[in-house]
Design a protein around this ligand. Structure first.
Ligand code: MN
Ligand code: MN
Length: 461
């Protein structure tokens, strides 16, 4: 007689040892540090490279050829990084990929952002990714990015998230005068063109035209050496200034901006850095542009992914042809590590509870995402789902299976579909979040740790 005929997921906290509980809490400390250091794709990429170097990885450009046990990374335009540990088997037997994204929803400065109005100086923005615009008002914001001056010099800007820094914000209307606003649809309560960031209110000492804007330009020149035209060749991003922190009396959760998808980025990164030896070559890719459809040459749809994989083949085999690359992809497996939406007790109606993820029930396996009848998804094959399920069970990893919301409640997509199109077996496996895409997202520390253990088991098989 078979035991456990029925299946249900259970909360993980009572199914772990005291020792593992300690590991969960200490792992979260490193995660919180990474969140605070890497609040943009550029910063997250840089921190990943710093950690990789510390763990003995070197730039692939330094290697003429590669052999078993080598650890290399390659950075794509400062916004994406590909890290590899060379396995014992022939690379033509395939690679084990874990791919996460390091861009998050935010407010990007427009290319000509600076203006004055009503005795204040402001930056115009164009929001990036799917946000509820009303959530981004009256929240302290920090600013980071790069500016290229007319002489070609690169200026790095980072202000608002370090101790003692000033912050910025988008102002909101007081309730007393919001009668008209409160009648509007939520999509129109705050208009995209009104997400303007307040950055100053001091005029020039002498009354003149544009006295506030001029004073700000002088200040920016003094501080950064930049002038107004330099914003054209800049990428500056505004994001919540608040540091990542423990949540709850019991400190069982992490609250922070940008956990979609840096929770999977950090756990995948830690796993690749700690991969001692592997049969198949292990690769962690941290990509950009997922939140706007994975377009662009730093996103998952870029040929960069094929280029660097081809480079690995060439440096391992001493030669290369296109059929080799196709063979590698055909034999490869991938965990598309992205977040899922945990059941929120305040909004239980958007999920169907038998097929939903819960905080604290472990890493989430998502066979398909999509919307309107699985449109726009890679629906993982049952054969590969079985492999991943077996691996999780064999390694005593706490896991759950989930859709992204109930049928026709909405939906979404991940990078899995683009990887699948290359002929790779892929499934979404990541952490369940509350308040996804809000300035403050919530994850369970247990789920974060289980994601890390899952990726490590996938690599070290
Ligand atoms: Mn995501
Ligand atoms: Mn997202």
């Amino acid at each position: 007689m078979v035991e456990n005929l029925s299946y249900e997921t259970k909360n993980g906290w009572n199914r772990i040892s005291g020792e593992e509980k300690e590991k969960i809490f200490s792992f979260a400390e490193g995660y919180i540090e990474y969140l605070n250091e890497g609040k943009t794709e550029r910063l997250a990429c840089r921190e990943a490279v710093r950690m990789a170097k510390e763990a003995g990885f070197c730039d692939i450009a330094e290697k003429e050829s590669l052999s078993v046990g080598d650890k290399v990374y390659m950075v794509n335009r400062d916004k994406s990084v590909y890290l590899a540990v060379i396995g014992e088997e022939d690379i033509l037997n395939g690679i084990r990929f874990v791919i996460a994204h390091i861009d998050s929803p935010r407010l990007d400065l427009k290319q000509n952002p600076l203006y004055e109005d009503s005795d204040m100086t402001l930056f115009k923005t164009h929001y990036y990714g799917g946000i509820k615009k009303y959530q981004w008002t009256a929240v302290p914001l920090a600013l980071s990015g790069v500016v290229y001056k007319s002489n070609g010099e690169k200026v790095e800007v980072r202000i608002g998230d370090q101790p003692g820094d000033p912050v910025f914000c988008v102002t909101d209307l007081l309730p007393h005068l919001a009668d008209g606003q409160m009648q509007k649809k939520a999509t129109q309560i705050v208009e995209g063109e009104n997400l303007n960031i307040l950055i100053g209110s001091l005029p020039k000492a002498v009354d003149e035209k544009d006295e506030f804007k001029t004073a700000m330009l002088e200040l920016l020149y003094e501080k950064y050496g930049i002038c107004e035209e330099d914003f054209i060749s800049a990428e500056l991003e505004a994001f919540p200034a608040q540091a990542a922190t423990d949540v709850g009396f019991d400190r069982s959760m992490v609250g922070s901006y940008g956990q979609d998808d840096r929770v999977c980025a950090y756990t995948a990164l830690k796993a690749i850095l700690e991969t001692k030896s592997c049969k198949q070559t292990s690769v962690c890719v941290l990509v950009d542009k997922e939140e706007i459809g994975s377009m662009g040459n730093t996103g998952m749809r870029s040929a960069f992914f094929e280029y660097i994989t081809a480079s690995l083949i060439e440096k391992l085999k001493g030669n290369y042809n296109e059929l080799m690359l196709k063979k590698v992809f055909r034999n490869s497996k991938c965990l598309s590590s992205d977040v899922n939406a945990a059941v929120d007790p305040n909004y239980p109606d958007v999920n169907e509870k038998k097929n939903a993820s819960f905080l604290g029930r472990g890493i989430v396996m998502t066979k398909y995402t999509g919307s309107r009848g699985k449109s726009g998804t890679s629906d993982a094959n049952a054969e590969f789902v079985y492999e991943v399920r077996k691996m999780f069970n064999d390694h005593h990893i706490i896991w759950q299976s989930s859709e992204l919301g109930k049928v026709d409640a909405g939906g979404g997509g991940t990078i899995a579909q683009y990887v699948a199109n290359l002929d790779v077996d892929v499934i979404d496996c990541g952490v369940a979040l509350l308040s996804m895409h809000a300035p403050f997202e919530i994850a369970s520390k247990l789920d974060v740790y289980m994601a890390y253990r899952a990726y490590l088991a996938f690599y070290q098989k």
